[in-house]
Ligand binder design. Sequence first.
Ligand SMILES: O=P(O)(O)OC[C@@]1(O)O[C@H](CO)[C@@H](O)[C@@H]1O
Length: 370
Amino acid sequence: MRNTPGELLVGTEGRYAREVFHQRHPTLVEQVGRPYGAAQRAALRALLDESLTGVIQRLPGDAPDLADWDAWDRGQFGRPWADAPFLWAESYFYRRILDAVDYFRPGPWQGVDPFRPMKEPELADLALDRDLGWVAALPAEPTDAGLATVVKAAVFGNRADLSFRMQEPVSADDPAAPDELLVDETAALRAALGARPGAVCVVTDNAGRELLADLVLVNWLLDTGLADRVTLHVKPAPYYVSDATPSDVEAACARLGRALDSRVAVRTHAFWCAPLDFRALPADLSADLAAHGVVVVKGDLNYRRLVGDRDWDPVTPFPVAAADLGVPVVALRTCKSEVVVGLRQSIVDRLDADEPRWRVSGRHGLVQVR
Ligand SMILES: O=P(O)(O)OC[C@@]1(O)O[C@H](CO)[C@@H](O)[C@@H]1O
């Protein structure tokens, strides 16, 4: 029996989590604050200071989700941010941004997505039509080649992440960036989809280009009879900059010029903005996921939550690290944080030698099945 490695922490020198807090967050806070008034900008700056040098403050007494966060606290309130687990602290940081910009408070900013100005240009991009040209050429039959195409697009759609762009020079449309799958278990996904159309659940990640690629995948599974119904899980509130919410699904469908298929249900759950990993899934959500034949888990954050945001040895088998959801689970992810499992030692050695930032650069993708 392997020992489970420790959780990644915010303050560890030389590690990615610290870089996120000390380099990414200051840029993010500055950008988010631009359209707001002095009070919200001051609250954002205070949050940033608190997160860099202070202790974690509890949510204010009027927060609608105070009870949720008191249950998710796990002893973090009152401790220095630097000592907190990266997953917990980053999630709470995004929740506190909503507090700083009065997202839940009655007034002019209530319900206004603070990341909207960053999300909108992606769908407005005229190059998108050209970039989606390949969709019209997808096969009408459920071929392996068709599945490989839509899966790969869904994986590398995850590279188009706004939070990520604040730090890494690689962009989704950088022609120099290779689309390298370090693990490709698309054949196992095909096997999990089975011989008869079944129910597929997609736990989505980012809005914009990534969600468009996810919708192409979903439409193709339905059109070719590989699935007979799909549930799309999205975040209940703005989160991690570009994470998809219900209104982002509407915007993406409008951009694709295709209404949501009647066999697609869009759902959300408070747990998707919780600071905990999939091993803490609440019973109702767990039952919802397990009612599908396959659960597709998109993106980097969901990957961290699926395997645990821990200092895993990258050759740890994926089925050992990934939470058991009771049904086959497929992770589609580009590597944008230090957590990775299921790799061959030869690949790790090559990447360690050639690309010091391979774990976080977003250049490498994974299709992994448990
Ligand atoms: O889940 P996503 O959108 O693929 O990635 C989220 C992310 O950009 O945020 C974290 C750092 O802030 C990292 O885990 C990852 O790089």
